[in-house]
Ligand binder design. Structure first.
Ligand SMILES: Nc1nc2c(c(=O)[nH]1)N[C@H]1C(S)=C(S)[C@@H](COP(=O)(O)OP(=O)(O)OC[C@H]3O[C@@H](n4cnc5c(=O)[nH]c(N)nc54)[C@H](O)[C@@H]3O)O[C@H]1N2
Ligand SMILES: Nc1nc2c(c(=O)[nH]1)N[C@H]1C(S)=C(S)[C@@H](COP(=O)(O)OP(=O)(O)OC[C@H]3O[C@@H](n4cnc5c(=O)[nH]c(N)nc54)[C@H](O)[C@@H]3O)O[C@H]1N2
Ligand code: SF4
Ligand SMILES: [Mo]
Length: 740
């Protein structure tokens, strides 16, 4: 093994287990930052940033560095739990838990069919390749449509647009920030989020590099976010981006600024763009976005005129009512200006396990190959949208959702109309949750099964490897042994699968092999994918190539290149034409829907509510880590001074927020001109229930009590929930508190 092995002996001569330094990567968010773990026996001594990591080069944030506290949390679940009739939980053995679950599932399958079983994939599964593969595998083996993913409150629009444009849900270009001359950043706050759908190491610093090189970064956001405050900030009305992007394109075409050569070379169907944009009036787009016509025109000219440019957008544009169309225009802006697949532009990554190709071959990607039972949504990458769950549970008939396995998700807080979902969950015959804690969701489950955390299991960055600014390869074994009676999520799923007679795999022949006692483990499947892929060792034929064994034996990540590749579109793309396919009936329909959309403000709900991420949270969790909730951390609603004055709100007031769909109280108002007048921002994922004591104690309320799962409020093509730009009114609770 490597040089970092040291055996310690104290003055009394007692031998301690050797101290090991392991270079790993963080499994909390899409940063996937390189870390160095110092381990002694079963103890984690420290987690520090890995200065040698090719992508993150010594950066890690407070959440990753504090993760030892999650592993060792006294509230962490260490044994399988079964809910008693009074709502309390009793500890049971794995054998009992799995056997009972198997029996109950078999009963439901016998009565209602395999298609009545549901699966829910949460955000944490993105760093859990075994769970990721087993979830898709189980859904395929059960032939159930009830595979739900937190992606449908996040990036379903991306998945579906990538399928239309590039022929695969998972082929998503990233901004080549390290080489660009102009970055247009819409609705993303990488200074806090550390990036999403773009694994740009040291994201904030890399963006600073653009301006240091004499380039420009323009951040479009209703809030002067931590990112916007570092660069040029263009405030925008919530959900106004689709208008802005369409208007930018219109100016580009009207003024002949498009790159015709690139359009001819890289695309089919570009003629549709002019036609679609013809009825759009800049004046109208300016009203909808709150950005003047003059400013839109200048931005279009600057973007198109830059030597290289990339337009990048995330949650601010992907969780509103036109998420798909917005994402379409985002890519089209990059394409039309000749920035697709060129240095400094909008580029494809270089994954070391070519998951895009593997999933394409296994037909795991797609769009609209089938439709959902109740709401008639198009399938996206084999999943149904989360908004439909309560209706799928409550609508009788063949395929009615009767049991659900929730893996690494907290939808009772993170999903739209969270209250309705919690109620609907109670109607299920069986709810099983795989979670580290007893959360708002898992407390409703009949069984909670305790998983290992990422520090305790084998891993490679299955999701973010395709989006890395500096392509690299890393695969690590478990850093620490599992605590208590915890087991890997993938193992738990496989044990459940065994008890219902399926193999959690969706490749041809998997079930037959299973009957013969042969099950390919996720790591074996991925290793085969790696070894036979572009970076692979081809089982020795390419001695310099990679394998799982080689990577695990290497203490740290291996750099594959300094930058993302360019000029590879024709090789990478999965469309039949081998070009970006721009013309889709569905997109034309969406444009019509947009032009007819009424964006006038309802005077009963005059403010627009947006979400806000904070450095020391990860969606709905990590609030139980003492270090991350120290200080005066409470959930605060950001309000512009003008709005505060109009609604009689003073800094620090407790606030009542009311939408069409619900009402919550938040502990404090923070009055700040960081907000655009008319919009207010609230961190989501607060208001905890369950046994994570500190998280519960910090209080706050769930943002998603204010949102809806109504079909007509979603992004229709992708079924993605609208949780952004929610019409609300607010009121100070100061007076009533004083009276009380
Ligand atoms: N610290 C931390 N990091 C995280 C997470 C976390 O909870 N905490 N979550 C992780 C996850 S799951 C994800 S998906 C990523 C998300 O990564 P990002 O999207 O970069 O993070 P957000 O904070 O959601 O940034 C969205 C930005 O859009 C702005 N915005 C809101 N509405 C609009 C709008 O209508 N138009 C425009 N142009 N802007 C708008 C918001 O003010 C905010 O600044 O972050 C990941 N990283
Ligand atoms: N209002 C509003 N709603 C939103 C958003 C928003 O911006 N605003 N953002 C949306 C986005 S981008 C996302 S991604 C979703 C996230 O939605 P979810 O995935 O439902 O939310 P998370 O808080 O990420 O939940 C992760 C859960 O996994 C558990 N966990 C952590 N590690 C592991 C593990 O290794 N194994 C298992 N089994 N469990 C583990 C944690 O304890 C936690 O309960 O929320 C969406 N909801
Ligand atoms: S930015 Fe994300 S991946 Fe990096 S250390 Fe923080 S939580 Fe971990
Ligand atoms: Mo997300």
């Amino acid at each position: 093994m490597h040089k970092a092995f040291v055996t310690q002996v104290d003055t009394a001569g007692t031998k301690f287990p050797p101290v090991q330094r392991k270079k790993i990567f963080c499994g909390v968010c899409e940063g996937s930052c390189g870390l160095e773990a110092t381990v002694q026996g079963t103890e984690l001594i420290s987690l520090l940033p890995d200065p040698d990591h090719p992508n993150t080069k010594g950066f890690a944030c407070s959440k990753g560095l504090a993760f030892g506290a999650v592993r060792d949390d006294h509230n962490r679940l260490l044994h399988p739990l079964k809910r008693c009739p009074d709502g309390s939980f009793e500890e049971i053995s794995w054998e009992q838990a799995l056997d009972e679950i198997g029996e109950r599932l078999n009963g439901i399958i016998a009565r209602r069919g395999k298609e009545s079983i549901g699966l829910y994939q949460g955000n944490s599964v993105a760093w859990n390749f075994g769970a990721f593969l087993n979830l898709f595998g189980m859904a395929g083996a059960l032939k159930t449509k009830h595979l739900y993913s937190a992606a449908s409150i996040d990036i379903n629009g991306y998945w579906m647009i990538s399928q239309l444009l590039y022929g695969s849900n998972f082929l998503n270009p990233i901004p080549d920030v390290s080489r660009t001359d102009f970055m247009l950043c819409l609705g993303a706050n990488p200074a806090v989020s550390h990036g999403s759908m773009a694994n740009i190491g040291r994201f904030r610093d890399t963006m600073m590099g653009v301006t240091q090189r004499g380039g420009r970064v323009v951040v479009v956001d209703p809030r002067r976010s931590e990112t916007a405050s570092l660069f040029e900030h263009v405030p925008i009305r919530p959900n106004g981006d689709v208008w802005l992007l369409a208007a930018l394109l219109k100016v580009i075409f009207d003024e002949g600024l498009e790159d015709r050569e690139a359009l001819l070379r890289q695309t089919t169907g570009h003629e549709i763009l002019r036609e679609m944009l013809a009825p759009l009036e800049l004046r109208h787009a300016a009203l909808a976005s709150g950005i003047s016509v003059k400013k839109i025109q200048q931005l279009a000219r600057d973007f198109a005129g830059a030597r290289s440019a990339c337009a990048y957008g995330r949650c601010g544009i992907s969780i509103g009512p036109f998420a798909s169309l917005g994402k379409y225009f985002l890519d089209v802006l990059n394409i039309v200006t000749g920035n697709l697949d060129r240095p400094g532009g909008w580029c494809f990554g270089r994954p070391f396990v070519d998951l895009e190709t593997l999933m394409h071959r296994m037909k795991s990607t797609g769009y609209n190959r089938w439709r959902t039972r109740v709401d008639d949504f198009a399938e996206v990458a084999g999943t149904s949208p989360v908004v439909s769950i309560p209706r799928e549970i409550r609508t009788p008939g063949k395929g009615q959702l009767r049991a659900m396995l929730v893996v690494g998700a907290n939808p009772a807080s993170s999903s739209p109309a969270a209250g309705e979902l919690r109620e609907a969950f109670k109607d299920l015959e069986l709810l099983i949750s795989l979670d580290v804690y007893q959360t708002e969701t898992s407390r409703l489950a009949h069984y909670i099964l305790p998983p290992t955390v990422w520090l305790e299991r084998e891993g490679f960055p299955i999701f973010t490897q395709s989006h890395s600014g500096v392509p690299h390869a890393q695969w690590v074994g478990p850093t620490l042994p599992p605590r208590g009676d915890t087991r890997d999520d993938a193992w738990i799923m496989d044990e459940i699968a065994r008890r219902i007679g399926i193999v959690p795999a969706d490749f041809p022949g998997a079930q037959v092999l299973g009957k013969l006692g042969l099950r390919l483990s996720p790591s074996l499947m991925m290793d085969i994918g790696l070894r036979t892929g572009p970076e692979g060792d081809w089982f020795g034929l390419r001695p310099r190539g990679l394998s799982r064994k080689k990577l695990i034996g290497n203490n740290g990540a291996i750099k594959l290149a300094d930058t993302v590749p360019t000029g590879i579109l024709h090789k990478r793309i999965f469309t039949k034409s081998r070009k970006v396919e721009l013309d889709h009936v569905l997109i034309r329909g969406e444009m019509k829907r947009l032009l007819a959309y009424d964006f006038t403000v309802d005077s009963r709900f005059p403010l627009s509510l947006i979400s806000l991420r904070e450095l020391r949270s990860q969606n709905t969790w990590m609030h139980n880590v003492p270090k991350l909730i120290v200080g005066d951390r409470v959930q605060r609603l950001r309000i512009h001074p003008q709005d505060a004055e109009r609604y009689g709100i003073e800094d620090g007031d407790p606030i009542e927020i009311t939408s069409h769909f619900g009402q919550i109280n938040v502990p404090e108002a923070r009055i700040s001109d960081e907000m655009m007048p008319g919009s207010v921002a609230l961190p989501h994922g607060w208001g905890h229930q369950g046994n994570w004591e500190r998280a519960v104690a910090v209080g706050g309320s769930g943002y998603n009590e204010l949102t809806t799962n109504r079909v007509d409020s979603t992004d229709l093509p992708s079924g993605n929930a609208t949780v952004n730009g929610i019409a609300v009114r607010i009121r100070s609770l100061r007076v009533s508190r004083a009276v009380a």
